[in-house]
Design a protein around this ligand. Structure first.
Ligand code: SF4
Length: 268
């Protein structure tokens, strides 16, 4: 019989001062492991198909180096990638390095990004971010999580995207699409992005981790959509265990463009 994947047991917190509670906890049977309804082979097959569709998937935020990617990701919180790209095309033409961005200053940055939600805060963060990179990192984007997360406006998710897309690390940034897919498909059920991230990192086969982030985002954005999943267009419909699925027949497997967004034209 094929081996089932199991999620890690939940840790039981114990109060060190409560001896009887400790004794009871010690006698309790081990916490039951939560099963996910896929075999290892099924999960490998899901990601093999994503890899056939997009062997080298690309994110949809336009950038030319680790710094412009970092800025674009900071700007993308509560904004669409299309909206961010529109604002950054001009900004990155005049400031594609921390030094140039720091020289631009907060007011000018704000003028360029005012079409994006929360632009005042974001302009402040981008200006501070650029200054910090110049003053503390020699104008380079740090390649480690601690260095990235210490930068203004940069949290775990942003750091994961940069580590993955700019530096080729096997990180997985859980956005709204991946949070939904982890739960809907029952691949990595969890209430928080951190829980879903931990679950996915555990079950996705190592060779597929590098691109899993982009595959899942693109699948969630264009096929397994929030309101109405397009199961007839889904290449994993036969494997999917989602309660909401409406088809068991997988869509034909063929290679697709690395990113569904059209390349920008000269006029933007
Ligand atoms: S079959 Fe439907 S619910 Fe399952 S992954 Fe595909 S689109 Fe989503």
């Amino acid at each position: 019989m094929a081996e089932k994947i199991v999620a890690p047991p939940r840790l039981v917190k114990r109060k060190s001062s409560d001896a009887s509670s400790q004794a009871q906890t010690a006698q309790r049977p081990p916490a039951r492991r939560r099963r996910i309804p896929y075999t290892r082979a099924e999960i490998a097959e899901i990601f093999r198909r994503f890899a056939v569709q997009r062997p080298e998937p690309k994110g949809e935020l336009e950038h030319s180096n680790p710094f412009t990617l970092l800025v674009a990701v900071v700007l993308s919180a509560q904004a669409t990638d299309v909206g961010v790209n529109k604002a950054t095309r001009e900004l990155f033409q005049i400031a594609d390095t921390p030094r140039k961005m720091a020289a631009l200053g907060e007011d000018t940055i704000r003028g360029h990004i005012r079409t994006i939600g929360l632009y005042r805060n974001k302009a402040r963060n981008v200006a501070a971010l650029a200054r910090t990179l110049v003053e503390q990192h020699g104008g380079e984007v740090p390649r480690d999580r601690a260095g990235l997360e210490a930068l203004p406006g940069v949290g775990r998710k942003t750091a994961s995207v940069v580590l993955n897309s700019a530096f080729g690390e096997d990180t997985l940034a859980v956005d709204t699409h991946i949070l939904r897919l982890g739960n809907r498909l029952k691949l990595a059920p969890g209430k928080t992005p951190e829980a879903v991230e931990a679950g996915l990192l555990k079950v996705i086969p190592k060779p597929y981790l590098r691109h899993a982030h982009h595959w899942l985002i693109l699948h969630g954005r264009y096929v397994c959509k929030a309101r109405k999943p397009d199961c007839e267009a889904c290449v994993i419909a036969d494997l999917c265990k989602a309660d909401v699925k409406t088809s068991d027949v997988p869509a034909p497997l063929r290679e697709l463009p690395p990113s569904p967004l059209p390349e920008p034209t000269a006029s933007g």
